[in-house]
Design a protein around this ligand. Structure first.
Ligand SMILES: C[S@@+](CC[C@H](N)C(=O)[O-])C[C@H]1O[C@@H](n2cnc3c(N)ncnc32)[C@H](O)[C@@H]1O
Length: 345
């Protein structure tokens, strides 16, 4: 639709819809925080039952439920509500593609940072509690294990789809081992190992994540084949393997640190092996506002965070000594690209 179509009021509503788009975001986030989708996953209930079980007071609660039904997240029949198909697929904590963790993280952190977008645009500084912690942000946030689990749920919402693309895109039959560097609690490593039972995998990440890794691999049934190496990737040699993966890791760091990580990766990859980067890399022709706003979102959270371009991905790989194999787009939430480099045999 161009801006000239529709009546003046219809055109004005487009502006109003933009101005109030956060109503929908907050409705989704509050429903997740209240545990509404779990409550109504297996049974329908009327507004008074739901109100009593969730302990909510507001007289507009029925409107809240009806709005969620209008957003296709609840179904309503004869005054009784239950979780709709879309929410069953992505908003029940038991599903492998759970997006509730990222909804909670946006409510807790991102929403507050975006409230200061104008100031951030003016002074060029990220506006989140994470930004205030600087380079110590990860270890600081992992001091509380529940907070760390929440962060992992947020990361895994985004990396799960990429893991499945990565499992498909690389010819894993040529390799027997891999390390996911900055691999969090092991969601990606576990999914790749599940898709390719001949592989042995490892996660290299900060030691505080070990208990969460242990939980995940026990649930996924991959504890026998995926191990955890705790350490600081700027201070410790990376474990050797046929393939090293860096996913959503490089944008967190200044360019010199990215180069250092890939130099270390080149040392750790066995001859003939590969390094894989996955990130929402910048395509200079990108005009999709969703992609552009996601990119801004990262820099609202962390000062050092900056996306790199498809060409920079090639340059990073080549500078570290890898032959650039290919850079390919993936069908993932964050529209990641995979950049694959090969170490000569
Ligand atoms: C944005 S997350 C990406 C996690 C995962 N690869 C993904 O795609 O969702 C960055 C990861 O780097 C890890 N990390 C940060 N600093 C690190 C360090 N100095 N040494 C090892 N891992 C680190 C964090 O703990 C976190 O798991």
């Amino acid at each position: 639709m161009t801006s000239a179509t529709g009546s003046p009021a219809a055109r004005a509503r487009r502006i109003v819809a933009l101005n109030t788009a956060y109503f929908q975001a907050k409705a989704l986030q509050s429903a997740v925080e209240l545990g509404l989708f779990e409550l109504l996953a297996d049974r329908a209930a009327d507004v008074d039952q739901i109100r009593a079980e969730l302990g909510v007071q507001h007289r507009m609660f029925k409107d809240f439920l009806d709005a969620l039904a209008g957003l296709d997240l609840l179904e309503v029949r004869d005054g009784r509500y239950r979780t709709a198909e879309l929410a069953r697929e992505f908003l029940l904590p038991t599903v492998p593609t759970y997006l509730g963790g990222t909804a909670r993280q946006h409510a807790r952190l991102h929403y507050h940072a975006w409230a200061q977008l104008t100031e951030a645009l003016r002074d060029g500084k990220a506006k989140s509690a994470v930004a205030a912690q600087g380079t110590l942000a990860y270890p600081k946030q992992y001091e509380d294990l529940d907070r760390a689990r929440q962060i992992m749920l947020h990361m895994d919402a985004h990396n799960g789809f990429t893991a499945d693309e990565l499992a498909r895109e690389l010819d894993w039959s040529r390799y027997t081992s891999f390390v996911d560097v900055g691999g969090g609690r092991g969601n990606v490593a576990s999914r790749i190992a599940t898709a390719h039972p001949h592989l042995r995998g490892a996660v290299f990440d900060l030691p505080a994540l070990r208990p969460l890794f242990d939980e995940l691999v026990a649930t996924a049934g991959t504890a026998e084949r995926v191990t955890f190496h705790g350490g600081d990737f700027f201070a410790t040699d990376l474990p050797e393997a046929d393939v090293l993966v860096f996913g959503h890791v490089l944008p967190d760091w200044p360019v010199a640190d990215r180069r250092e990580l890939l130099r270390r990766a080149h040392k750790a990859v066995r001859p003939g092996g590969a390094v894989v980067l996955y990130d929402a890399m910048i395509d200079p022709d990108e005009r999709d506002p969703e992609v552009l706003l996601q990119r801004i979102n990262h820099t609202m959270i962390r000062d050092d965070s900056s996306a790199y371009s498809l060409q920079q991905a090639r340059d990073y790989l080549a500078e570290a000594g890898f032959a650039v194999d290919r850079v390919v787009a993936t069908d993932t939430i964050t529209r990641d690209h995979l950049a694959i480099g090969i170490k000569s045999a």
